[in-house]
Design a protein around this ligand. Structure first.
Ligand SMILES: Nc1ncnc2c1ncn2[C@@H]1O[C@H](COP(=O)(O)OP(=O)(O)OP(=O)(O)O)[C@@H](O)[C@H]1O
Ligand SMILES: [Mg+2]
Length: 464
């Protein structure tokens, strides 16, 4: 009756019980699909119970992808004995001295050691997954890294941290660079009587940010080839072809028009100012240092094949790069790909609700002064939250620092769950009427304000 009086839906995921007269009463608060696709924001200071609430949601029967920076959600699902997928963004430093044929097993072993799972053997690798037993649960582990060539055209949109100059020139640089590679592949194909497409795809498979600035691409060859004339931007060395990708790149951004013209008459140098060239090289250098692209042993990510519940375990990137930028690039790339996947399903007319949850949301969607970074962050938020709604995406975000969060998040989250907070935060959020409860609320106590029902004080569920 109380649920009905307050307009609380009867179905959906349970988040807590109504709290009244100093105690919780036996009436659940549920978030139904309609409420969920209008997105949820959880705000509370340290220790107020945000992560616990996210775990409670994850314990229920939902399709979900949870982004995890500390392994909290991985451990939670293992402790529940569930069968789930883990996307494990990996970095090259994790497999430094490991032969590429053993790289997948090595990544699986690192995961198994951290979470006390059975040690993987090659038979555990099946269809781009490593199957691990962790306690009583089964983990479908997908070591993952971004394929650089797939994002190269919109690299400037994947990181909110690229300098604005670098960003302006990125598309034209890439256009020229790919034209150059195309021509090189054509020349090699002529030398070797092989299809051009194959050479090109071999080059692209090996291309990383560092191939643009220092390390050239070495395409393995079946048999030795003698250097014919002196080709431009490549040479045959023993059993591989050395493609001078970094030289090509530097000639394009600098002023080496004459060599470029030898390769392709239509290519020219962009003649960028030295500071701009430096800025671009700097970006590529830090991208290359992160080691997050084309990591040996990682698999292609196919959203369709994920289990109902998936955790993106970002703890590895955090540990090895200690960089918020690296985390943002990987998270953005997965989120954009996921949006495209849901968009395709939507156009085919069959999409089920999926919850995307990000704890510490200010780390992914920070408030920034720089207009360009802001537009990148807001572009992604708009897709996930505004356009996501009909595509059955529900975004659930938690933060203890609403001031550090992009303001669009507040605007697009139609349900707010406010837990213990300081007075000025309560005022900003329009929850000052609840100050007597919320200033000193114990963990798990909060107020829910939703488009669908009246404000309600609740105690979150700790176990489900
Ligand atoms: N409903 C609840 N009932 C009882 N204890 C709770 C409840 N919710 C959370 N707690 C406890 O409060 C503590 C802090 O919870 P939690 O880690 O979820 O907070 P948090 O808001 O995520 O904090 P942080 O900002 O530091 O990440 C934990 O020990 C947790 O078990
Ligand atoms: Mg937390």
């Amino acid at each position: 009756m109380l649920q009905d009086a307050l307009g609380i839906p009867h179905d959906g995921i349970k988040i807590g019980k109504i709290f009244s007269g100093g105690k919780e009463i036996d009436a659940y608060i549920n978030l139904d699909e309609e409420t969920l696709v209008h997105h949820i924001l959880i705000i509370g200071t340290t220790g107020s119970g945000k992560t616990t609430l996210l775990k409670t949601m994850l314990s229920q029967n939902i399709n979900a992808i949870f982004f995890d920076r500390q392994g909290d959600f991985v451990r939670h699902l293992i402790s529940r004995g569930e069968e789930f997928s883990v996307i494990m963004p990996s970095v090259t430093m994790m497999i430094n001295d490991v032969p590429s044929s053993r790289a997948s097993i090595e990544l699986g072993t690192l995961f198994a050691e951290r979470y006390n799972c059975s040690m993987p053997v090659s038979g555990d690798i099946r269809d781009n997954e490593i199957i691990l037993e962790c306690d009583k649960s089964i983990v479908h582990l997908i070591p993952y890294s971004i394929n650089f060539i797939k994002v190269i055209d919109y690299m400037h949109k994947l990181t909110p941290y690229m300098s604005s100059m670098a960003r302006v020139f990125w598309p034209v640089i890439m256009n020229n660079f790919k034209k150059g590679i195309d021509k090189i592949a054509e020349n090699i194909a002529l030398d070797l009587s092989l299809p051009k497409e194959r050479i090109e795809s071999d080059i692209y498979k090996l291309l990383t940010p560092s191939s643009l600035i220092e390390k050239d691409v070495k395409v393995p060859l079946q048999k030795k080839v003698n250097n014919r004339s002196s080709p431009t931007y490549y040479s045959y060395v023993e059993d591989y072809i050395k493609i001078d990708t970094s030289k090509l790149f530097r000639h394009i951004i600098g002023n080496e028009a004459s060599t470029l013209k030898q390769l392709d008459k239509t290519l020219s140098s962009l003649n960028l100012a030295p500071q701009t060239q430096d800025a671009i090289i700097r970006v590529l250098r830090s991208l290359s240092e992160f080691g997050i692209f084309n990591v040996n042993g990682t698999f292609e990510l196919d959203f369709q094949r994920l289990k109902k519940k998936t955790v993106v375990d970002l703890s590895w990137i955090l540990e090895y790069t200690a960089s918020v930028e690296a985390i943002a690039i990987v998270a953005y790339s997965i989120l954009s790909d996921f949006y495209s996947y849901k968009d395709k399903l939507y156009k085919k007319g069959n999409s089920e609700l999926t919850i995307l949850a990000l704890d510490e949301a200010h780390e992914y969607f920070p408030q920034t002064k720089d207009e360009e970074s802001k537009s990148i962050i807001e572009g992604l938020l708009n897709r996930l939250m505004r356009l996501g709604r009909v595509r059955k995406i529900s975004v659930i975000l938690a933060t203890h620092m609403p001031d550090d969060l992009n303001p669009l998040v507040l605007q697009l989250s139609n349900t707010k769950i406010v837990m213990r907070n300081e007075e000025n935060v309560l005022e900003k959020l329009g929850f000052e009427d609840y100050a007597d409860i919320l200033l000193t609320a114990p963990a798990g106590l909060g107020v829910v304000r939703s488009i669908k029902f009246s404000d309600v004080v609740m105690k979150t569920l700790k176990e489900i």
